[in-house]
Design a protein around this ligand. Structure first.
Ligand SMILES: Nc1nc2c(ncn2[C@@H]2O[C@H](COP(=O)(O)OP(=O)(O)O)[C@@H](O)[C@H]2O)c(=O)[nH]1
Ligand SMILES: [Mg+2]
Length: 361
């Protein structure tokens, strides 16, 4: 069902709700760590004991996300406000579609959102606030089209192996550090890092610093050694010593894409040979400030290794944010995590609804 149809079929109901598969998607979406991470223990103890604190942190992170997306919100929000305050013309719809494209949403997703809104307006008389609310729903739904891929990260396998891939500089190592911290400090898990970016010695040193900050252990090898064997050793050690999670860092030199993709495929194979079913989760890190270029990168990686999720980093920078919707729409791979800074706690589950509100409200 297209959002247009979804909006149309929900047109008789108020408050507005999305119907059918879209709505189910929305209902299954992970909004917090508790929902994102499937652990053997069930709900995160840290969040349970510490509910108020977690709420406070959540609000804090949301206002930071809003702050980060301020430029986009100002542009998009004023377009929306102007559009929704008068009788709508074809020109208004074009202008709205244009401003969504400028916000990195991408042509296909922008067209679908606008036509969804247009068909709603044809069936219902909505005031400006109701229209804005409907737009938020359409944006959130668009960010949640994932072709049925699981939206959580399953940490129940012992050990769970998570492979991080992506172009250099997009935030793989930083994300691993933040995730390791989350898993050790907030989830009480034993985490082992694998420094399989053996291309530069500095890469291993960087990961060692994160391991220290996060309270995780690490497996390293000399620069230039085989990334596959580092991953293999790490998984073997995790099995032998009872670690809960292995986070595998990799290299991402884009200037020789073919050997890189072959190398990643080999790392995957080696991990699978050591532990059936692993890697359990392959995450691609994408720099949100690269906009539609990021989408091209993601496609190249998706062709080479099966991706389970995207980590959209640097949303605190000059990112316009709409890329989250373009990714969902064009790759059908769920955005699972977002990076909103360089500190340990600056990694958050992706909440499409919150994200859509940060974009326009
Ligand atoms: N502002 C900001 N910077 C980030 C974020 N994630 C990573 N970085 C920075 O981006 C740069 C590259 O990150 P790194 O993890 O080394 O990327 P890698 O080459 O993919 O491993 C570093 O300077 C990080 O501090 C983020 O969410 N926000
Ligand atoms: Mg790195």
């Amino acid at each position: 069902m297209t959002p247009g149809q979804a909006a149309a079929s929900s047109a008789s109901r108020k408050p507005t709700q999305l119907s059918g598969p879209r709505r189910n998607h929305l209902a299954r979406v992970a909004r917090d760590w508790d929902e994102l991470l499937l652990t053997r223990r069930g709900r995160s103890a840290a969040v349970d004991e510490d509910g108020e604190d977690a709420d406070g942190r959540r609000r804090g992170a949301f206002s930071r996300l809003r702050e980060s997306l301020r430029a986009t919100r100002q542009a998009l929000g004023s377009e929306v406000a102007a559009t929704f305050s008068r009788t709508l013309t074809a020109h208004d719809w074009d202008a709205l579609e244009e401003s969504l494209i400028v916000a990195d949403v991408g042509g296909p997703a922008a067209a679908e959102i606008v036509s969804g809104l247009e068909s709603t307006v044809r069936r219902e008389r909505l005031d400006g606030d109701e229209l804005r609310e409907r737009l938020v729903e359409l944006l959130a739904a668009e960010a949640t089209v994932t072709g049925g891929a699981p939206l959580h990260i399953d940490l129940r396998p012992e050990p769970t192996v998570i492979l991080m891939v992506g172009v250099n500089g997009t935030g793989k190592t930083t994300t691993i550090g933040k995730l390791a911290w989350r898993l050790t400090h907030e989830e009480g898990l034993r985490v082992l890092l694998a420094a399989a970016d053996t291309f530069r010695a500095a890469a291993t040193e960087q990961l060692e610093r994160w391991a220290e900050r996060a309270g995780a252990d690490i497996v390293t090898a000399a620069a230039g050694s085989d990334p596959g064997s580092v991953a293999f050793d790490a998984v073997a050690r995790a099995r032998g010593e009872g670690y809960d999670v292995v986070l595998v860092d990799t290299a991402g030199r884009l200037h020789n894409q073919e050997p890189l993709m072959a190398e990643l495929a080999k790392v995957r194979r080696v991990i699978a040979n050591q532990l059936a079913g692993a890697p359990h989760e392959t995450l691609l890190s994408l720099d949100a400030t690269t906009g539609q270029n990021g989408l091209r990168q993601a496609r190249a990686f998706a062709d080479a290794v099966a991706l389970d999720g995207i980590v959209l980093t640097k949303l605190d920078g000059s990112a316009k944010g709409g890329i989250a919707l373009a990714i969902a729409r064009e790759l059908a791979i769920p955005v699972k995590l977002i990076g909103i800074g360089e500190a340990l706690e600056d990694l958050r589950p992706f909440d499409p609804d919150e994200f859509a509100r940060a974009l326009i409200e």
